[in-house]
Design a protein around this ligand. Sequence first.
Ligand SMILES: C[S@@+](CC[C@H](N)C(=O)[O-])C[C@H]1O[C@@H](n2cnc3c(N)ncnc32)[C@H](O)[C@@H]1O
Length: 317
Amino acid sequence: MRHWHRLIGPYTVGEHVPSLVFRCPVRNSALTSQLPQSGSNATFDSSVADRDPDRFAFGKNWVAFLQRVDESTIARAVQSLTEMLDVSDLTGKRFLDIGSGSGLFSLAAHRLGASVVSLDLDTDSVQCTEELRRRFGSSNRWSIHTGSALDRDTLAELGVFDVVYSWGVLHHTGRMWDALGNAGDCVVDKGTLFIAIYNDQGRTSRRWTAIKKLYNRLPSALRFLVLWPALLRIWGPTTVRDLLRGRAGQTWREYPEKNRGMSVWRDVVDWVGGYPFEVARPDEITEFFGERLFRLKSVRTCGRGRGCNEFVFTADK
Ligand SMILES: C[S@@+](CC[C@H](N)C(=O)[O-])C[C@H]1O[C@@H](n2cnc3c(N)ncnc32)[C@H](O)[C@@H]1O
C-alpha cells in the first residue's frame, strides 16, 4: 500500500512501488482522426515544440487511453485527487490543469465541482480532453486551451487559481525550472499547488535520458528494439518476485487500481518515450518553492526509485 505522508518539516520517503508513474498511451492515429477537431480557445502555436525531432508525441499516445476510460477509471481519478488534495469537494474552486493529457484529472476536478481550465501544448492531448468532456462532462464550468506551461502570456490570460495541478508535465517542457516557477505564479494566495516531478536517480536518470532520445529518433517500426528490453528491465524483477510468491501477475493486475487507473503497457511506453526529460531531488523542489513562499503540505516520494515525486504546497505569498 502506498502512503501519503503528512508533513511538517523535512519530507518522508514513501514506499517505493514499481510504477513508472507516467501516463501516456500508445499511438492510435486512426482514433485520432475520429476525435472532434480542436478549435476552441487556441491561444498558442504548438508547432515549434511539435517540430522538435526528439519530442515524444504525448497527445497521440493519449488517444488509445481514451478507449478504456469508463466510470470506474473516472472514480479512481476522483479518488486519487481527493486523497492527494485532502478534500472531498472542490465546489466553488478554480482548478487549472497544466498538461491535461487525456483530460482525466480535469474531468475528476469537474466532477468534484470545480470550475476547470485545462491547458496542454499538444493538440492531440487537447482533443482528447475535449473528447472526455464531451463523453463524460460538460462545457459548463470547463474550458480547454492549447498552450504551453512556458508561455507566461497565455498563463497570465488564464488568471490565478485556487488549485493548480500539473502531474508529470513540467519535467517534459524542456525548461523545467521556468515551468515550475510559472505554475507557482498561477496559484492564488492560500491556494494549492499539486505537482509531480521525476525523481533524480543520478547516473540512472542520465542513462534513461539517452534511451529516451534514442527511442524518439528511431523509426516507429524499430522502436520495439528499445521498448521490449526496457519492459523486461522494468517489469522482469517484479514478475519473477510475484511468481516466486505464488501470485503470478498480481502486481500487473493491480496496477490500474494503485496507479490512478493507468495501464502497465501504456505507462511503459510513456516512460520510455517521454522526452524532453528532466529530473529533480525532492529537496530541490521543496527549496525552490520554499524560496517562493510556498509551504509544503504533503509529499510522496519514490525513494531512490524510478518515477515521480508528488508534492502539495500551499501558497503563503
Ligand atoms: C505524461 S502526460 C501527463 C498528463 C496528465 N497530467 C496526467 O497526470 O495524466 C504529459 C502531458 O504534458 C503535456 N506537455 C508537455 N509539455 C508541455 C508544455 N510545455 N505545456 C503544456 N503541456 C505540456 C504533454 O502534451 C502531455 O499531454
